[in-house]
Write a protein that binds this ligand. Structure first.
Ligand code: FAD
Length: 345
């Protein structure tokens, strides 16, 4: 019997790869050197090489939260690490792991098939498992941070693999240690802790309305309701390019919120940490009359002012020009600063 370990395979390298199909805005973009990453070893190999050659680099998952330029110079790591499994279980919770390249929605579906409810409010969010902690994805009153146990990542600073606990990930609203330290961590695996005690979370307006006559829905019913609401509200990137919410909901001090509420009694907002209030960015943009407007090849979605769209042939420059216009108008009218959510690569 041959006990020798076979040498790890080299990552597949494709020069000048078009990324038009790998960014949901559908921008024309190409990667000078695209590496298909299917194992953690591929990550260390490529990063060590690009650091030695002093090449620029970045990671791309599903491309659903990025604004891509026409050319991405140097190396682009296409995160395709697959696989998910149940690691262990005790009286209270189950630990599961998933590779950085696993499709998020398929992962949520799989957890429900394993009878492990908890993630159903996050159904149909595009992208990969590895990108989920980057902006601590959230929807319908649930954030993924609640379920993360730890992540495995390659740290380009120490050039070694490391495991970060949930606390070390410093997850916050659309934010994390990874987002604040771009070009440092490449997430190869995420470990989730799913509590065995499950409770429906249907307090968000759209879900509450859906279940007004069924106060005890099953996880599957919530999953289906979330899919239905999202399909109705958000444009399908296959039909019209977009990256979901383009701006974060701004968080303002309570005094500023009260002044605004006095002037605009219809103001839509949500509770936040003590002394702060989260304003609905979509409402602010809508009030400025932007919904459905078009600026050349790009515009604001007609059913949801928070979503900017590419009508075809749009570029990163076009979308950022439109974003600036919106930011200025919202600031002039409400004195509130809007921050862009997608990552500008
Ligand atoms: C229609 C639509 C609806 C959306 N709805 C929501 C929503 O409800 N809630 C929400 O939170 N988001 C939403 N999003 C945004 C997006 O789906 C999420 O941010 C998602 O997690 C991005 O995953 P991705 O694999 O596409 O990441 P990408 O867009 O490929 O990358 C996003 C960022 O993460 C980095 N990155 C990606 N993978 C890794 C990795 N393995 N290691 C290190 N860095 C990495 C990239 O470099 C980039 O900076 C929506 C987007 C669309 C298009």
């Amino acid at each position: 019997m041959n006990s020798q370990k076979s040498a790890p395979s080299r990552p597949k390298l494709v020069p000048n790869l078009s990324l038009k199909e790998r960014n949901t805005f559908g921008f024309e973009a190409s990667a000078e050197l695209a590496y298909e990453i299917t194992s953690p070893e591929h990550v260390s190999e490529v990063i060590n090489e690009v650091l030695n050659k002093k090449l620029p680099w970045r990671v791309l998952g599903g491309g659903s939260n990025v604004i891509l330029p026409k050319l991405l110079p140097g190396a682009t790591l296409l995160m395709n690490i697959a696989g998910q499994e149940i690691i262990s279980s005790d009286n209270h919770s189950v630990l599961i792991s998933a590779g950085g390249g696993v499709n998020w929605h398929e992962f949520v579906t799989w957890t429900l098939e394993q009878n492990l409810p908890g993630l159903e409010n996050l159904a149909l969010i595009p992208g990969t498992v590895g990108a989920a902690p980057i902006q601590n994805i959230g929807a319908y009153g649930v954030e993924i941070g609640e379920y993360i146990e730890s992540v495995e990542a390659f740290d380009a600073h120490s050039q070694a693999f490391t495991a970060l606990t949930k606390e070390q990930c410093q997850l916050a609203y659309r934010d994390s240690h990874f987002k604040r330290n771009p070009n440092r961590f490449i997430l190869t695996k995420v470990i989730f802790r799913i509590p065995k005690q499950w409770k429906a979370r249907i307090h968000y307006a759209d879900l509450a309305k859906q279940f007004s006559e069924n106060p005890n829905p099953s996880p599957e019913e919530i999953f289906l309701a979330v899919c239905k609401i999202r399909t109705h509200k958000l444009p399908d990137p296959k039909l019209i390019g977009n990256a979901g919410s383009f701006f974060q909901n701004p968080i303002v001090p309570i005094e500023q919120f009260e002044t605004l509420l006095h002037k605009y009694p219809e103001l839509v907002s949500y509770p936040d940490a003590a002394g702060k209030r989260k304003l609905a960015a979509g409402w602010l943009i809508d009030q400025c009359g932007f919904k459905g407007q078009r600026m050349g090849n790009v515009g604001i979605y007609e059913n949801q002012a928070l979503v900017l769209v590419n009508h075809g042939n749009g570029t990163a420059q076009d979308i950022l020009g439109l974003a600036k216009c919106i930011q200025e108008k919202v600031h002039d009218q409400f004195g509130v600063k809007l921050d862009i959510e997608p990552n500008i690569l």
